[in-house]
Ligand binder design. Structure first.
Ligand code: FAD
Length: 318
């Protein structure tokens, strides 16, 4: 079932969904199953699986020289999605990025998803690679998520890249995109980011999942601005609890979001890391309850390998 159909079916009920990361290369699928086994009691209608492009590593060789190698540390997104659907009978949503893909490879990836019966996809640009200061698309790849959305929408209309191909079977993907309540970090301002978010929706995106935020006001303002700009698709809040003190700095650095002063003060004052975690969990529960009361379609939790914490939050709001 498509994500948007899940929302329609749930009517005014707020759903709970989760995002998981593929295990590091060499890890087992059992790690994902262990995570999801304990989260299935919350009846997530769908599970997102992130995509991780290759990274460059510099390995020191015995000669003393460094060798540049390329490695995908967390492969397996599509296989994990298929395994999740097979084991739990819930929809799995692969994240698909522009980075590292030519348009032809993107088309083939979409064909794989289609043949596997996966009809949801979160369309993203991806970030700059390590050691690169900006996102660089493949020579024949998409520069922006907007172009990826257009390609997927085109396939939904039976348009494949080979224009000689007649009567191509249309795919039927429900397309999600990312949204940024606190603005995408590269955007010169909120209006510009909003403009391109609207372009993605006009091109065929069916719903938006937000970047994490710790102040609900940012989410509500974002939704209001989207609505004022004519963006009428569902907007799913993405949430992640603060669990360690160092995240007061690492989360803003990595995700370009602000931490509310009350949360910062409480975490700084906390006696130890366990106390920081409790504060983070309580904060996220309070955020979740307020969002649920406001009637959001779904609360989407970034597990980031910390199932127990996310489980406690889901229990508190179920
Ligand atoms: P875009 O929509 O392409 O936007 C990128 C920037 O360009 C923005 O500043 C935008 O305003 C601007 N822009 C957009 N279109 C145009 C245009 N046509 N012309 C000029 N400027 C434009 N990354 C991964 O690698 N793997 C994942 O699995 C993953 N999952 C994510 C899930 C969520 C819910 C979120 C919020 C992010 C995720 N990311 C993931 C991170 C994401 O790839 C980065 O945030 C990336 O920097 C931007 O992706 P985007 O799809 O928002 O890009």
């Amino acid at each position: 079932m498509k994500v948007t159909e899940h929302f329609q079916k749930a009517k005014d009920k707020t759903l709970i969904s989760f995002e998981v990361l593929p295990p590091l290369k060499g890890g087992s699928m059992q790690a994902i199953f262990n995570t999801l086994d304990s989260l299935m009691e919350f009846k997530p209608p769908f599970i997102d699986v992130t995509y991780h492009r290759e990274e460059f590593l510099y390995k020191k060789r015995s000669s003393g020289y460094y060798e540049k190698t390329s490695i995908r540390k967390r492969p397996g997104t599509v296989g994990i999605c298929a395994a999740i659907m097979h084991r739990y009978g819930v929809d799995a949503i692969p994240h698909l990025i522009c980075g590292g893909f030519s348009v032809d490879e993107t088309e083939n990836a979409l064909i794989d998803l289609n043949f596997l019966g996966i009809n949801n996809v979160l369309a993203l640009r991806g970030d700059a690679r390590q050691f690169e200061d900006k996102f660089i698309a493949e020579p024949e790849g998409h520069k922006y998520a907007l172009d990826l959305v257009k390609q997927i929408k085109g396939m939904n209309q039976g348009n494949y890249l080979d224009t000689d191909l007649q009567n191509g079977v249309p795919s039927d993907f429900c397309i999600g995109i990312a949204g940024y309540p606190e603005k995408h970090f590269e955007s010169p301002n909120i209006q510009s980011d909003m403009h391109f978010t609207k372009e993605k929706v006009k091109a065929g995106a069916d719903y938006i999942v937000t970047q994490m935020f710790f102040d609900n006001k940012k989410y509500f303002e974002f939704v209001d601005t989207c609505r004022a700009n004519g963006i009428d698709v569902p907007i799913v809040p993405g949430l992640k609890p603060l669990t360690r003190r160092y995240q007061l700095n690492s989360i803003p650095r990595k995700f370009f979001v602000n931490m509310p002063e009350d949360l910062v003060k409480a975490a700084v004052k906390a006696n130890d890391e366990d106390a920081v975690k409790e504060i983070g969990i309580e904060w996220c529960i309070a955020q979740s309850k307020e969002l649920k009361a406001a009637g959001v379609p779904c609360l989407h939790y970034y597990t980031m390998g910390d199932t127990e914490t996310v489980k406690r939050i889901a229990e508190a709001i179920s």
